[in-house]
Design a protein around this ligand. Structure first.
Ligand SMILES: NC(=O)c1ccc[n+]([C@@H]2O[C@H](COP(=O)([O-])OP(=O)(O)OC[C@H]3O[C@@H](n4cnc5c(N)ncnc54)[C@H](OP(=O)(O)O)[C@@H]3O)[C@@H](O)[C@H]2O)c1
Length: 279
């Protein structure tokens, strides 16, 4: 049976490696969504060559922009999705803003996941029985969210902003899983481990150097870092929902990430930002 995958950030790193594996099954059709068109097209060429699967396509979108996500969903013919992998993410050591003037870590790593999923659901583009997998991180530990300052206007720190955005991924997973129970759409998130990828390379030389060095000596390889994602895609019990996985099993997460009141508050603010920027 044909299965349709939409993978954000599938042009490199964890997303790309995941597609390398799933595309081997020619019943799987894959749509990659990421920002850089040349890189995206190069990725699909390589993936097609490797897998001999021609059902791999690419759409360009800056997923930190609400308007671009809206146009992606509403101006393209997108198949009905069986697996939505929200994976595109980045760290910005220097504060930056999205096209809608939203702090970019929050805009891409959280609002990108939120807006794409909500707009796809509104257009009825996610199949009953589908799996939504949000790539979060163990970096979510040790921070909380200030709901009066989600975009860190008072004091910005790139690493803390990243940690908070990954905490948002957990809260989003919890709330969305509850909302989609009746629709039989299952939502989970995961920590891939510390993986050697292009992550962080968008930053200033010194940050890139330090992260690169840490990756060289401490990071796991791409196949190791893709294991939990592939486990969630292939797992037999596909009705588990609202959970956080690490090393191919349900894992502990921070107290803040389990609090439904926090999840509700983040949801309300995300919805407000979405509607504000689409009106
Ligand atoms: N690597 C790790 O150790 C690690 C650990 C925990 C969690 N994670 C999470 O894993 C996910 C994937 O990261 P990775 O390590 O595979 O990094 P990566 O190799 O840098 O890949 C990131 C992907 O996201 C896309 N992307 C970045 N900004 C975008 C934007 N504005 N709009 C659309 N697409 C965008 C990139 O495409 P373009 O180049 O075209 O922008 C690329 O395809 C992220 O969510 C990250 O937080 C990674």
């Amino acid at each position: 049976m044909i299965k349709n995958f939409l993978v954000t950030g599938g042009s490199s790193g964890i997303g790309y490696n995941c597609i390398k594996h799933i595309a081997k099954d020619h019943n799987n059709r894959v749509l990659i969504v990421s920002r850089n068109k040349i890189k995206g097209n190069h990725a699909i060429d390589k993936l097609k060559q490797f897998s001999k699967n021609n059902n791999i396509s690419f759409l360009q979108c800056d997923l930190s922009s609400i308007k671009e996500i809206n146009s992606l969903v509403n101006t393209n013919k997108i198949f009905k999705i069986d697996y939505l992998i929200n994976n595109a993410g980045a760290i910005y050591f220097t504060k930056q803003y999205s096209k809608e003037n939203i702090e970019k870590t929050f805009a891409l790593n959280h609002m990108g996941y939120f807006c794409l999923t909500i707009l796809l659901l509104k257009k009825n583009l996610i199949n009953k029985g589908a799996q939504i997998i949000n790539i979060s991180s163990g970096a979510h530990w040790g921070v909380d969210l200030d709901f009066n300052d989600l975009q860190m206007n008072t004091k910005y720190n790139g690493w803390v902003a990243y940690k908070k955005s990954k905490l948002c991924n957990l809260l989003f997973t919890r709330k969305l899983s509850k909302l989609l129970v009746k629709k039989k759409i299952y939502v989970n998130c995961l920590h891939p481990g510390f993986v050697k990828t292009d992550f962080g390379k968008n930053n200033h030389f010194i940050f890139k150097f330090i992260l690169g060095l840490a990756m060289k000596f401490a990071a796991i390889n791409l196949d190791e870092g893709t294991k939990t994602l592939l486990y969630l895609i292939n797992k037999k019990n596909n009705k588990i929902s609202g959970e956080y996985f690490y090393k191919e099993e349900i894992s502990a997460s921070s107290i803040f990430s389990k609090n439904m009141h926090n999840a509700e508050k983040l949801w309300e603010e995300s919805n407000r930002l979405l509607n504000l920027n689409l009106s």
